[in-house]
Structures are given as C-alpha cells and as structure tokens.
Design a protein around this ligand. Structure first.
Ligand code: 4AZ
Length: 259
C-alpha cells in the first residue's frame, strides 16, 4: 500500500473538496488485515521498498533478476537514489537477504493518481538478484480474473486500519470480485479494465497501508498490484488493485517476456 502521506501528496494537486475529503478519509484509516504470517522462502519474489533510512513504505514483486514491479503511487515522487529494494527478508528486524539500490524508476506514462488507473511502475535494480521471479499476467489470462477466484495478497503493511506496519511478512486470501461491485462501492474512481476488485462482501480481510505496490497473485502469476481502497477490510469497501494484464504490453517492454 501507499503510505497515506504519499497518497495525500499525490492527490492534493487535484485540489477539490471531494478529493480532499476522500483523501482525508484514506489518511485517517490505514490498512494485510485478517491474514497470517508468511515467509519470503515461500514467496521468494516478494520484496519491500525502503527509504534511505531503511523505513519500509511499500511492497513490490521481482519480475526479472533486475526488475521490480510496484505501484506508481509508491515511487512517482521519488528519486532512484532515495529508494532501496529489500529481498529475502521475512522479518524487517533481521539482517537476512539483500538490500539493493536502484538504477532507475519507470512509471506508466498514463499514471496520474491511483484513482486514474495505470498505477504501475518498474524499478531497475543496480545489480541482478539470484532469486526466483514471478510471471506477469497477460492478455491470455482472463480466467485468472474471474469473479470468485481466490487470490493471495502479501505485504508488510498494517494489520488493522489505522494500525502500525507489520514487522513480519503477512499473507491473506481474497476473492476476486466483479468490476460492478467496486463500481457500486467507488463510482467513477474505480476504472474497469485498469483495476481489479478483490475482497469479501463482509470485509475482514484486505490489504492496508504499507501494502501498496505489493503482489496480488493467483495461478502462479502476478495479477494485481496493491493500489487503493477506502480504509481496510471494511464491509462494502473491497481492495482495489492495478490490473496487471491490462498493462502487459508496456510491462513486457520493461521487464522482458519472461515476466
Ligand atoms: C494504502 O493506504 C492502502 N484496503 C492500501 C490498500 C488499501 C487501502 C489503503 C486497500 O496504502
């Protein structure tokens, strides 16, 4: 998830009362909720992003030895020199794994804010990692987006709305929902074809603040990137994810066809 502060910054230029109210509510409610502890050994391609001081602010997915897919809203305002990628570290308090600097940040040219879609970015690492990568969903993967299908979301974000970030990686299972259900919840802010809707009607399980940029996976592929929502795990407010297959073309150009 985006840090609320980053999201606020990203949305402030819109300057509308509606935007501010919406943003205010996001800032007040931080969001993996309802999940369980997980290990990077079981999800070796999941990574997190830190600032120069080592503070985690978003998640990501290793899609090639030197490419990480994350959310544009996580890095749009950042310089490559200010971001690190931490791989192979389940517990933030451990020294396990590797910390890698960035050679570059690409954000999708259509990205403006999380509400407009195209909330996807590719980070190029200064050195390649010897770790398994996750394949990206593409145009042939319609079945992975079928409503009712279960997907897994991973992250080091808050475990309750307004709560503190997790030290240890967490995992939760959420059902893919019909686009119409997020449109009903979020109106025009939900863009079918650019975003995926996921979560239980009754809430209780969701991504949350700090999970942004992290993976939503099913069928062994990256199908979504944690993007936004109203609060975390609230009934009637599913999580919204960037639809990776919708951006397969531009992602292939950046990441390579292996995904
Ligand atoms: C966030 O602020 C955030 N429940 C991420 C995911 C969701 C809400 C907020 C979805 O980073």
């Amino acid at each position: 998830m985006l840090l609320a502060a980053l999201l606020w910054t990203a949305l402030t230029p819109l300057g509308t009362a509606v935007g501010e109210a919406r943003f205010g509510s996001l800032a007040a409610e931080r969001p993996v909720v309802g999940g369980e502890p997980a290990r990077v050994a079981d999800h070796p391609w999941v990574v997190y992003l830190t600032d120069r001081r080592g503070e985690q602010f978003c998640g990501g997915t290793l899609a090639a030895p030197d490419k990480v897919v994350t959310a544009a809203h996580c890095v749009a305002e950042q310089r490559p020199a200010d971001v690190r990628v931490v791989a192979g570290r389940t517990d933030k308090n451990s020294g396990a794994g590797t910390v890698t600097e960035l050679a570059g940040i690409w954000t999708h040219p259509d990205y403006g804010s999380a509400y407009g879609g195209a909330d996807v970015a590719v980070l190029t690492l200064r050195s390649s990692l010897s770790r398994p990568t996750l394949v990206l969903a593409d145009e042939q993967d319609d079945q992975l987006y079928r409503p009712g299908r279960t997907a897994t979301v991973l992250g080091w974000g808050a475990t309750s709305e307004g709560g503190v970030p997790a030290d240890v990686l967490r995992r939760a299972e959420v059902p893919i929902r019909a686009d119409s259900e997020c449109s009903a919840a979020y109106g025009g802010d939900f863009v079918p074809g650019a975003m995926v809707c996921a979560g239980y009607p009754e809430g209780g399980v969701d991504s949350c603040q700090g999970d942004s940029g992290g993976p939503l996976t099913t069928g062994g592929k990256l199908v979504g990137v944690v993007s936004w929502g109203i609060g975390c795990a609230r009934p009637g407010n599913p999580g919204v994810y960037t639809e990776v297959a919708a951006y397969a073309d531009s992602l292939r150009a950046r990441v390579g066809s292996r995904g």
